[in-house]
Ligand binder design. Structure first.
Ligand SMILES: *Cc1c(COP(=O)(O)O)cnc(C)c1O
Length: 386
């Protein structure tokens, strides 16, 4: 099998598993318990917190462990929005057209509580224009959420510049850095961010383990009430193995970052250039250079991305369609439509996302396998390919 869907999830690294295992089977303590077993568990999450704080260049108490990247995104947007409303600061939220649904749907949900939002457009490469952010900010804007790197098209935003604009206006700035983790810096000072989301399973850590960085002093209300865990910002007994796994995976990802970026971007370019050359009429979605090292999103003329995926799957190649739709529905991706693509072109998109263990031989197999499959589909398509 050739797995090229690392943007969806990655395999747990054996080193990460080894770090986690004792916290499943040996150290059963609840970190809130005062006895020795509890202290062992607390020490483990404290160590993971220190690791994360070092990599994010923040204070340990600014780290909140969550149950997923989706939860961290919800917590950031809702936690700040409700706190700001409570303090009478306003109800206007700014986000972009290409956010993950965990941000977009959270923002839309808040409208039903009297909030309102502005959605920033992106250009044809998927970039947010800083001037559009400047123009959208108002006196009653209470939080801005713009993603670091896009999960579908790979475009990377000028986060430090966007963050500086928010800071000038005194508006808390959240970034969804789930796809950026392992590829780019997560230094919250360099990035000018007040809140930042990551998710362990996107960088060879366990599923169901996320993290939200929340800058000290930013208005914030918990969204899960209960015990006093995570400094009263996220109730619930901590997922100790999950947190240990996130810490171990983050440390490994940071250690491997330069070699990962070099390895993936070389293979990504081999894949993109090879497919553009071999399949006439193919379009690269997303920015050519300001893109994740592991992302290749291509639209093929006169084919359905879903059909391409099924044929690839028969050849043991796992990829994903550009659309984030639930299986069965043929709604084109909101991200591809935001680039200005027609629904027909958007439906022809396929995303290949590479990983640390992807090999040149695997890329070459795709380069040999895919062109005849596309030709087969185009031959029976009702439209005219180039
Ligand atoms: C995967 C992903 C998420 C959601 O993270 P989960 O841990 O799977 O909930 C959020 N944002 C982006 C950009 C993602 O790629």
């Amino acid at each position: 099998m050739i797995y090229l869907d690392h943007a969806a999830t990655t395999a747990l690294d054996p080193q990460v598993l080894a770090a986690m295992l004792p916290y499943f089977t040996q150290h059963e303590g609840n970190p809130s318990s005062i006895h020795q077993a509890g202290r062992v568990a607390l020490q483990a999450i404290d160590d993971a917190r220190s690791t994360a704080a070092l990599i994010l260049n923040c204070a340990r108490k600014e780290v909140i462990f969550t149950g997923s990247g989706s939860e961290a995104n919800n917590l950031a947007v809702k936690g700040v929005a409700f706190a700001q409303m409570q303090q009478g600061k306003g109800r206007h939220i700014v986000t972009s057209a290409i956010e993950h649904h965990a941000v977009l749907h959270a923002v839309e949900y808040l409208d039903s509580f009297g909030f309102e939002h502005t959605v920033l457009p992106v250009d044809a490469d998927g970039l947010i224009q800083p001037d559009d952010l400047r123009a959208a900010l108002r006196a009653d804007t209470i939080v801005v959420s713009l993603m670091y790197a896009n999960n579908e098209i790979g475009t990377v935003q000028p986060i430090a510049e966007l963050g500086a604009i928010c800071r000038e206006h005194g508006v808390p700035f959240h970034t969804d850095a789930v796809q950026a983790a392992g590829a780019y810096t997560l230094d919250v000072e360099a990035l000018n961010v007040d809140l930042l989301t990551i998710s362990a399973h996107k960088f060879y850590g366990p599923k169901g383990s996320g993290l939200l960085y929340a800058r000290r002093g930013i208005p914030f209300l918990p969204q899960i009430n209960g015990g006093g865990q995570e400094r009263r910002r996220r109730a619930g007994t901590e997922n100790v193995p999950g947190i240990v796994g996130l810490g171990a995976a983050l440390a490994l990802a940071e250690e491997r970052r330069a070699s990962y970026v070099g390895h993936c971007s070389t293979l990504r370019d081999r894949l993109i250039d090879g497919l553009l050359q071999r399949i006439p009429g193919t379009r690269l979605n997303g920015h050519r250079s300001l893109r994740l090292p592991n992302n290749a999103n291509l639209a093929f003329e006169c084919v359905e991305g879903e059909s391409v995926l099924l044929l690839l799957d028969q050849h043991g190649i796992c990829a994903s369609s550009g659309s984030a739709c639930t299986a069965g529905s043929l709604e084109p991706s909101h991200v591809l439509l935001a680039l200005g693509l027609s629904p027909e072109i958007a439906n022809g998109a396929v995303r290949f996302s590479l990983g640390k263990d992807t090999s040149a031989a695997e890329i070459d197999t795709v380069l040999e396998t895919l062109p005849p499959l596309i030709a087969r589909l185009q031959a029976v398509a009702p439209c005219e390919a180039a």
